[in-house]
Ligand binder design. Structure first.
Ligand code: PLP
Length: 251
């Protein structure tokens, strides 16, 4: 494309994940046995009963426009599943929004929360797409220092040091991409209470929440924390990782 684009479009960068993925594919073509750790993509296919249910739905005529917030049955199922996973049932009709994947849900969050110059705090390292999405919404991503010994989840002191009146939101992602680490319950509790005290929106990206060891600890969500401000927490989740449905685009 040659013509001038908007300044906003110029600020968008190509997805580094996809760039590394195609580099890995090129290496695999030349060298054979290459394991790509770029895209978070399960190495199993979508389970056959899910594929079949999709085919059956298409044959039944589920090919038309839908309610903007998603199919009522799906929103109810999401609310039920959240109850199972987090012990918290959002209102299916009002608090659950179906999107074209978790990435799209995050895009919406930044678009609706941020005014130009608003800051969003991120742990460091963080998933590569948060920063560009925040910038596309005219916001400023601010990485908060954290220690390897603390699983790269920031302490309240570090959040407080990064905070100013332009700080509008904080993203946490546990279990985390890229580190693979899950926050300790006391870290989630401290971060959640800090966000509530500061009146900062807490965006909790829980896309990897169901990929945990069966004999290990389970994810704790901010919505489970006593003292959480449920009016300012956005839980991001989707089917891509848990059900190997990355191409179906449901968040
Ligand atoms: C941390 C994190 N959040 C969100 C997503 C996006 O998931 P989806 O496929 O539902 O858009 C990914 C995908 O890699 C991710 O790693």
């Amino acid at each position: 494309m040659r013509g001038p684009l908007s300044r906003r479009a110029d600020r968008a960068s190509a997805s580094p994940t996809l760039a590394i993925s195609s580099q890995a594919k090129a290496l695999a073509r030349n060298f054979g046995d290459v394991i790509s750790l770029a895209a978070g993509e399960p190495d199993t296919p979508t389970p056959p009963h899910i594929v079949q249910a999709g085919i059956d739905a298409l044959h039944r005529g589920a090919t038309r426009y839908l309610p903007v917030a998603g199919l009522p049955d799906l929103r109810r199922a999401i609310a039920d599943q959240s109850m199972m996973l987090r012990g918290w049932r959002p209102e299916a009709d009002g608090e659950v929004l179906v999107t074209c994947g978790a990435k799209h849900a995050l895009f919406h969050c930044f678009q609706v929360l941020l005014e130009a110059g608003d800051k969003v705090l991120l742990s460091d390292p963080a998933w590569v797409s948060y920063g560009p999405q925040i910038r596309l919404a005219d916001g400023e991503p601010v990485k908060v220092a954290s220690l390897a010994s603390e699983g790269f989840y920031p302490r309240v002191e570090a959040l407080e040091a990064a905070y100013d009146e332009r700080c509008r939101a904080l993203i946490i992602n546990s279990p985390n991409n890229p580190t693979g680490l899950m926050a300790q319950p006391e870290q989630i509790e401290a971060i959640t209470r800090w966000a509530a005290e500061r009146g900062v929106w807490l965006i909790s990206d829980e896309i990897y929440g169901r990929i945990t060891f069966s004999d290990g600890p389970k994810m704790l969500s901010p919505v489970q924390v006593e003292g959480a401000d449920l009016d300012r927490i956005l839980v991001i989740d989707g089917v891509s990782k848990a059900y190997a449905m990355t191409g179906w685009r449901i968040g």
